[in-house]
Design a binder for this molecule. Structure first.
Ligand code: FES
Length: 182
């Protein structure tokens, strides 16, 4: 007798024998186990493609940053006037591209810092808590040190990218971005 692989058996959806099925179903039997097997295979394929797209995206961003830094292509961008930013105040801006949110904070009379505003865990926007000397990520309670941008608590492990600044004629400019791993 020809033993078929159970995964290859045709089982009508109502469970009755094939001979008891309507003519149309006998002519076009649906192989449910095979169908489910294909669904599983498609799902695994989907997962692999999604992971591949995500990884490629990460490499693309890293390559872009690397090329920009190597070629010194980052533009100089005026953020705000110093007089418009009180001590403890902050302002958000995009730099160097339109979808790269950054946050500038005035720590005291002399010191300014600016960081990427996207948390290094899963990219939620961080919020400045100047009095506490930290940046807070509300998504998973991540905390970064305001003076250094380094992670203090929660899931983030990498510091926030630092935007280099220059003060010229009372105007604060962004001049570059330092991607950091530690
Ligand atoms: S996205 Fe910031 S802690 Fe998770």
């Amino acid at each position: 007798m020809n033993q078929r692989d159970p995964d290859q058996l045709t089982i009508p959806p109502d469970g009755r024998a094939l001979t008891e099925q309507p003519r149309w179903r006998q002519d076009f039997p649906i192989d449910w186990p095979q169908d489910e097997y294909i669904s599983r295979r498609d799902f695994v394929k989907f997962l692999l493609l999604t992971s591949l797209a995500f990884t490629s995206g990460q490499f693309w961003v890293l390559a872009q940053n690397f090329l920009r830094e190597r070629n010194g292509q980052l533009p100089i961008h005026a953020i705000t006037k110093l007089v418009d930013l009180p001590v403890g105040g902050s302002v958000t801006f995009d730099y160097p591209g339109p979808n790269e949110p950054r946050v500038l904070v005035r720590l005291d009379e002399q010191n300014l810092v600016a960081y990427g505003q996207q948390c290094t865990h899963l990219s939620c926007p961080v919020i400045v808590q100047a009095e506490a000397g930290q940046l807070h990520c509300p998504c998973h309670e991540g905390l970064f040190d305001l003076a250094s941008g380094r992670p203090l608590a929660g899931p983030p492990r990498r510091p926030l990218p630092r935007v280099t600044l220059e003060l010229r004629d009372g105007v604060i400019y962004a001049t570059g971005v330092e991607e950091r791993t530690v």
